[in-house]
Write a protein that binds this ligand. Structure first.
Ligand SMILES: *[C@@H]1O[C@H](CO)[C@@H](O)[C@H](O)[C@H]1NC(C)=O
Ligand SMILES: *[C@@H]1O[C@H](CO)[C@@H](O)[C@H](O)[C@H]1NC(C)=O
Ligand SMILES: *[C@@H]1O[C@H](CO)[C@@H](O)[C@H](O)[C@H]1NC(C)=O
Ligand SMILES: *[C@@H]1O[C@H](CO)[C@@H](O)[C@H](O)[C@H]1NC(C)=O
Ligand SMILES: *[C@@H]1O[C@H](CO)[C@@H](O)[C@H](O)[C@H]1NC(C)=O
Ligand SMILES: *[C@@H]1O[C@H](CO)[C@@H](O)[C@H](O)[C@H]1NC(C)=O
Ligand SMILES: *[C@@H]1O[C@H](CO)[C@@H](O)[C@H](O)[C@H]1NC(C)=O
Ligand SMILES: *[C@@H]1O[C@H](CO)[C@@H](O)[C@H](O)[C@H]1NC(C)=O
Length: 547
């Protein structure tokens, strides 16, 4: 019984195959055909005539002859991925009135002639990514009136003929990224009145003609990142009323015309990372109130003017890291009531104004890492109710009384804070300690000489006729390390930034009756100051016969 049943299944499969033939080396699924056999030496002759989609992956045939798919009139999609295609016959994809999607990606051809694709009037998506195309003839897209998406990424195009895109009135997406474009003809994009996305990333553009985007009133997203643009003409974006995202990162822009973004009322994302900006002109963002994300990192900004972000009331992420910012005006972030993330890391900030983050009640993430901060002013985070991610590492925090606010803030919110790698850079005896783990009483400032009850010299002691130089005396006293032992605690205090010598002078009590010591003694002190922490043990050994 059992062997019979197996045989019967085999019969059924055979029948199925006979009724629905599929070329050797391909798999057929209803109306879709996938051919991924390296040994396929030509386009198979027996592709099912009702197929609508056909995909070739890593096949080795090199030629698509004239009207190669003529027997499959209902084809809507033809794809070649990483194949060895080099040659195309005239009208290679002709006779396919329903062809909508044609893709040839990852083949090595460097030129294509117009007659290959001349009849593709129904094509809406045309993809020629990652080939080695060096040029395209001016009439290449002739009759492709229905085209909505054109992908030419990753080729070797250096220039494009001025009238190349003339027929593409319905084009919505144009991708020219990762080519070798050096210049763009001023009128190249003029016919593309429906264009919504234009990718020009990673080319070799060093300048842009003033009017190059002048007719792109529908554009939503423009990628110009990864070029060598030094300067932008002041009107270059002036007609892009609908632009929402503008990517200008990784260029060499040194300055921006003040009105460059003033027509971009719908802009939500602007990336200027990795340019050479030293300052931001006043009013640069005055007309882009809808901006949600702004990155200015990896520039050479030394500061940002007070009103620079005044109109950005929707901004939720602001990145200013990796600049050379040494100071920020107190009110620079005052109007950013919606700000959630603020990146100020890797700058040269030495101090922050106590009101700097005052209005940022929605702030959740703040990076101050890798600056030159030694302390934070009292109250600086008092209105940042939602702040829970603060990067503070890489600053020379001075763990003394001035750090008390930060310390108690960190302790108070320790349950919701994370990523707190905050180490003391000084004083020496606390170096390397984690700030929130310290004991609060260690955050002391050096006691100055007058706090120790230094008595002003008695005027009586003045040398007759000599003028008492109080200032000189004060300097001398300050430069001395002093210790006192009021209630059994030893404090070494010193106003010098560094105390390098500790001079212990033994003064036997008056009336001990002897110039020398008559007994052995040992005493230990813990000395703490800016100079460091040291356990000092003084042992005195008296030996008979010595003075
Ligand atoms: C092509 O599609 C049409 C309509 O959908 C259908 O009538 C025709 O039979 C199909 N042709 C082939 C060869 O399958
Ligand atoms: C490219 O041009 C060369 C010579 O001009 C020609 O032999 C070759 O077939 C062309 N390739 C394509 C894909 O048209
Ligand atoms: C394809 O274009 C050629 C001229 O380029 C024309 O002679 C031919 O009739 C067209 N074929 C179809 C199916 O439109
Ligand atoms: C934003 O775009 C809309 C169309 O999407 C347009 O009507 C409006 O004028 C634009 N806003 C500004 C400020 O340009
Ligand atoms: C931008 O902000 C400034 C200062 O707050 C204000 O005077 C100006 O009217 C604002 N501009 C726009 C276009 O909102
Ligand atoms: C920023 O600080 C670093 C380290 O102190 C210094 O090397 C660099 O020159 C400073 N940059 C500016 C622009 O001040
Ligand atoms: C920001 O804070 C200032 C006080 O420093 C206040 O006058 C102003 O109204 C606040 N602005 C916003 C938008 O909250
Ligand atoms: C002090 O100690 C030394 C050696 O430890 C000993 O020789 C000497 O007698 C002691 N002197 C006194 C006064 O106890």
């Amino acid at each position: 019984m059992l062997p019979g049943a197996w045989l019967c299944w085999a019969c059924l499969l055979l029948v199925a195959r006979l009724t629905q033939p599929c070329p050797v080396g391909c798999d057929c699924f209803d109306r879709e055909v996938f051919c991924s056999n390296e040994e396929l030496a030509a386009i198979p002759q027996d592709i099912p005539p009702h197929a609508t989609d056909i995909v070739f992956v890593e096949t080795s045939f090199t030629t698509v002859g004239a009207r190669a798919f003529g027997g499959i009139p209902n084809l809507t999609k033809v794809v070649f991925l990483n194949t060895k295609l080099r040659h195309f016959g005239p009208d290679a994809f002709g006779g396919l009135p329903r062809l909508e999607d044609l893709e040839i990606t990852g083949s090595g051809f460097s030129n294509l002639s117009t007659d290959i694709f001349s009849n593709l009037t129904s094509l809406s998506k045309f993809t020629l990514n990652f080939n080695t195309l060096e040029a395209l003839p001016e009439s290449f897209f002739c009759h492709m009136d229905a085209l909505e998406s054109l992908q030419l990424q990753g080729n070797r195009l250096q220039t494009l003929p001025g009238r190349l895109f003339q027929p593409l009135k319905h084009l919505k997406t144009l991708n020219l990224a990762q080519n070798l474009l050096v210049q763009l003809p001023e009128k190249l994009f003029n016919p593309l009145s429906s264009l919504q996305t234009l990718r020009l990333s990673d080319n070799a553009l060093s300048s842009l003609p003033q009017g190059v985007f002048g007719k792109l009133g529908s554009l939503r997203e423009l990628f110009l990142d990864g070029n060598s643009i030094k300067e932008l003409p002041s009107e270059v974006f002036s007609q892009l009323f609908r632009l929402e995202k503008l990517w200008l990162q990784q260029n060499t822009i040194g300055h921006l015309p003040p009105s460059i973004f003033s027509s971009l009322g719908n802009l939500t994302f602007l990336n200027l990372q990795g340019n050479a900006l030293r300052m931001l002109p006043a009013g640069l963002f005055a007309h882009t109130p809808g901006l949600v994300g702004l990155s200015l990192s990896y520039n050479q900004l030394e500061t940002v003017a007070e009103g620079a972000f005044a109109n950005l009331s929707s901004l939720s992420s602001l990145t200013l890291s990796h600049n050379a910012i040494t100071h920020l005006p107190a009110g620079v972030f005052r109007d950013l009531g919606e700000l959630i993330k603020l990146y100020l890391g890797s700058n040269n900030l030495t101090a922050l104004h106590p009101a700097l983050f005052q209005n940022l009640s929605k702030l959740e993430l703040l990076s101050l890492s890798r600056n030159l901060l030694t302390m934070l002013p009292e109250g600086i985070f008092d209105t940042n109710y939602n702040l829970f991610n603060v990067a503070l590492h890489g600053n020379p925090w001075q763990c003394d009384c001035h750090l008390a606010y930060l310390f108690s803030w960190l302790q108070q919110y320790s349950d919701r804070l994370f990523n707190i790698q905050t180490y003391c850079a000084g004083p020496a005896y606390l170096k390397g300690q984690v700030v929130p783990a310290l004991k609060e009483e260690l955050l002391v400032c050096p006691v100055t000489w007058d706090h120790l009850g230094f008595q002003a010299p008695n005027l009586e002691d003045r040398e007759p006729g000599g003028s008492w130089d109080l200032a000189a005396e004060e300097r001398a006293a300050r430069s001395r390390c002093t210790y006192s032992n009021p209630e059994g605690t030893v404090v070494l205090a010193c106003d010098e930034v560094q105390c390098r010598w500790l001079n212990v002078q033994l003064s036997p009590r008056q009336g001990s009756g002897s110039p020398g010591l008559m007994y052995n003694a040992s005493q230990e002190w813990d000395l703490k100051s800016r100079c460091g922490s040291v356990r000092l043990t003084v042992s005195i050994e008296a030996r008979a016969g010595e003075p």
